[in-house]
Design a protein around this ligand. Structure first.
Ligand code: FNR
Length: 188
């Protein structure tokens, strides 16, 4: 494995202050091995995608800033809840904004991983796999194993915001595997 530190952009599919997904993302950042430096990327201020804004040179400043920011990263980690068995619109919008203008996708060829989070027992499986479908098209080589499904997440966090040992062990192993995945699939 390469000794070069890789920069990971962490994208959370929830804007909620007390978001479980946000808490899982923070824990993943904390548990990242030394070869990864991970940070959350804001997606809440992105205007809903409309191709006219690019085509008519009215690109919102938030899109420009977001697209520039994403170029800094070597890899992306997506941590998302499930909305109605799919990806929350705020996350899909961020993916769409980053993917355009055509031919200038910021996602292209950067390795990725997905963790879905839910208080329910199905663990956001639908969102996880809908997201993977987009990542296939966007040419993001997405880690296959371990798969990241955090179900009954409310029971994994105590009143002080600390995760139980079982979840910490899983998340730590996930990040170790992701470090190997990033090192072996990075193109730069
Ligand atoms: C949900 N929730 C939900 N949960 C799930 O497991 N499968 C689902 O399809 C849905 N659908 C859904 C739709 C909408 C519009 C909302 C607001 C919620 C429940 C969801 O998992 C729960 O609210 C989580 O706490 C949301 O994630 P964050 O914000 O805690 O990260």
């Amino acid at each position: 494995m390469s000794n070069i530190t890789k920069k990971v952009g962490v994208i959370v599919g929830s804007l909620r202050k007390e978001s479980f997904s946000g808490k899982v993302a923070s824990e993943l950042i904390r548990l990242a091995p030394a070869s990864l430096v991970a940070e959350k990327i804001e997606i809440g201020d992105l205007t809903i995608f409309n191709q006219d804004l690019d085509d008519e040179n009215r690109t919102p400043q938030a899109w420009i800033t977001f697209r520039e920011k994403l170029k800094e990263f070597d890899a992306f980690l997506f941590v998302t809840p499930e909305y109605n068995r799919s990806v929350p619109p705020v996350l899909k919008n961020a993916i769409d904004v980053g993917s355009r203008p055509y031919g200038q996708s910021v996602w292209n060829a950067k390795p990725g991983a997905v963790i879905s989070v839910s208080p329910g027992r199905l663990s956001g499986f639908g969102a996880n796999h809908h997201l993977r479908q987009s990542l296939v098209f966007l040419n993001v080589p997405t880690m296959q194993q371990p798969e990241g499904y955090i179900g009954e997440v409310d029971k994994a966090i105590d009143a002080n915001g600390n995760f139980d040992e079982r979840t910490i062990t899983f998340l730590e192993g996930f990040m170790k595997a992701f470090a190997v995945w990033v090192a072996t699939n990075s193109t730069k």
